[in-house]
Unconditional design. Structure first.
Length: 243
């Protein structure tokens, strides 16, 4: 079995990271412990045992209450029904498009539907949903922001390949730029569509002034998250923006 590594990246917030050698990248899930534990990203169905082991290292998985993610993709929500079967009180939570178009058919229990800007209070923590259509990709895309610790769950944004450290305070942009440029040469190019709303959506995220960027593939960043997101917005405009 693939071996997960669990790191506390903010108070009661755990990063569960599994490096998959076949893909050459990390798959990271994030577990916010609270009165109502909230899991961000389910992981792939075929990697469920590894993710489950990581969650078990922190808490009883049956206590999960909320399961959130960005968009409908295997590493985001592939194992959703496995978690729903294991945790009897767990419920997926998603924006209207994700809930009505995807989860209405896919999920074994009805999801909770949240509006843009709506907060899911888990006890001491407040998870705010931000609708971000087509960022990183998908009509249903959205991101989560934990207001108390100012943690932004970035999904595929700020992608870094390989098996980097769990946490960094170093500038992410050199690695992110290299990965973006290299990715444009291969079959998985154009994963982030650049629309007339892309820059504004990234500036909106930067305006949250996140102290922690919890990234699905790569190191979690601690520091000036606003500056990293603004630089990323500039990078996307320069590399994949309109010509």
């Amino acid at each position: 079995m693939l071996a997960p590594r669990t790191t506390e990246i903010a108070p009661s917030l755990f990063r569960i990271s599994t490096f998959h050698p076949d893909f050459g990248i990390q798959f990271n899930q994030f577990l916010q412990l609270d009165d109502e534990p909230f899991l961000v990203h389910t992981g792939m169905r075929r990697m469920f045992d590894a993710t489950l082991a990581g969650v078990r290292a922190v808490t009883d998985p049956a206590k999960l209450r909320w399961i959130g993610f960005s968009h409908f993709e295997p590493d985001e929500c592939g194992a959703l029904n496995d978690w729903l079967a294991l945790a009897p009180q767990a419920q997926a939570v998603a924006g209207a498009v994700g809930a009505l178009v995807m989860l209405g058919d896919y999920a074994d229990r009805p999801p909770r539907v949240v509006a843009d800007g709506e907060v899911v209070a888990t006890g001491r923590r407040r998870m705010r949903y931000l609708a971000t259509p087509h960022l990183p990709h998908g009509w249903d895309a959205g991101l989560w922001f934990e207001e108390t610790s100012r943690t932004l769950f970035c999904s595929d944004l700020l992608f870094q390949p390989g098996d980097p450290a769990a946490i960094t305070t170093d500038d992410l942009l050199p690695a992110v730029r290299a990965a973006l440029v290299e990715g444009m040469k291969g079959p998985l190019a154009h994963d982030i569509p650049y629309t007339h709303e892309t820059d504004a959506a990234l500036r909106r995220l930067a305006a949250l002034s996140p102290a922690t960027l919890a990234i699905m593939h790569g190191s979690t960043y601690r520091g000036d998250g606003a500056a990293q997101l603004a630089a990323f917005a500039d990078l996307l405009r320069e590399t994949i923006g309109p010509r």
